[in-house]
Write a protein that binds this ligand. Structure first.
Ligand code: CP
Length: 308
């Protein structure tokens, strides 16, 4: 396979396994590029990309911008909090105004699930979903799987547990789709109130005992509680949550096996993981961030080749 089966990256749900492998092989080349002394290639010299963020971001936004610059694309950045959205302008009007400035690709983060899908039906540009509410965060899942492949050699056959607020997590959903597509075994672990009722229909097992889940897995992907999306109380107190579902060094060291710790960030240190776990040798959290640039370069490079 030499090109993606999709014109937009709206979610992992729309990808084939071969798409993921093509993105990984392309990212391998870009990872080599970004470790050179001259980190820039001319691949997207004639492409203009708009990063439009209606929600806060540190890693995703910087990673996309850096990836675009490493590919020599022209880049414009738009932040909803400093824009005419505040004066009542709609999403379509906002994006059409940006596109009339001859933009080829839009990277969008939006609080509403399906915002990228909606946009892709109304504009010509290639759309990349940088996180849409509690729905999907495809580049995060791609960089997570890529990091597992890098650390453990393969994703297929590996046991991965995703711990925490699964109900409100776009990272969890995209990871589940990506991991299952690649043949990993997936469990979710968290308070019952934060596990969606449909979760087992995605081919995922539920384990509410954290120690059992960790003793089963090769990789634990620790998620934060999405406080900004909690409309009601889903657990009694943060302290109780941490006691039942937080990983500290004593727990990590007492397991039957040496597991890999992942976290998409931002970390709430002392809640889902303690600092000595986040900064331990078993943690690949900063490696995930590093891989994010190569993965996003690969995604944009491959999508740009489909722009007419
Ligand atoms: N992982 C992630 O999406 O982080 P940001 O919200 O900082 O982009």
């Amino acid at each position: 396979m030499s090109e993606l089966s999709v014109k937009h990256l709206l979610g992992i749900k729309y990808l084939k396994e071969e798409d993921i492998q093509l993105i990984f092989e392309t990212a391998d080349n870009f990872k080599e590029v970004i470790n050179r002394s001259i980190k820039k290639v001319p691949s997207l010299r004639d492409i203009t990309i708009a990063n439009i963020f209606f929600e806060n971001s540190t890693r995703t936004r910087l990673s996309f911008e850096l990836a675009e610059k490493r590919l020599s694309a022209d880049v414009v950045n738009f932040s909803a909090s400093q824009s005419s959205v505040k004066k009542g302008e709609t999403l379509i009007d906002t994006v059409n105004n940006i596109l009339s400035m001859k933009v080829d690709m839009v990277v969008m983060r939006h609080p509403n699930p399906g915002a990228g899908i909606f946009l892709s039906k109304h504009v010509e540009a290639s759309i990349i979903n940088a996180g849409d509410g509690a729905h999907e965060h495809p580049t995060q899942a791609l960089l997570d799987s890529y990091s597992i492949r890098e650390k453990l050699g393969d994703v297929s056959g590996k046991n991965v547990v995703i711990v925490g607020d699964i109900l409100h997590s776009r990272v969890a959903l995209s990871n589940i789709f990506a991991l299952k597509l690649q043949g990993a075994n997936v469990k979710v672990c968290g308070p019952r109130t934060l596990l969606p009722k449909y979760i087992e229909s995605l081919g995922v097992a539920v384990e509410t005992d954290l120690r059992k889940a960790l003793n089963w897995c090769d990789v634990a992907n620790m998620l934060r509680i999405q406080n900004e999306r909690l409309d009601i109380s889903y657990f009694p107190t943060t302290r109780e949550y941490t006691q039942q579902f937080g990983v500290n060094k004593a727990l990590l060291d007492s397991l039957d096996r040496e597991i890999v710790i992942m976290h998409p960030g931002p970390i709430n240190r002392g809640v889902e993981i303690t600092s000595d776990v986040a900064d331990s040798k078993q943690s690949i959290i900063l490696g995930q961030v590093e891989n994010g640039v190569a993965i996003r370069m690969a995604v944009m490079y491959l999508l740009a080749s489909k722009i007419k």
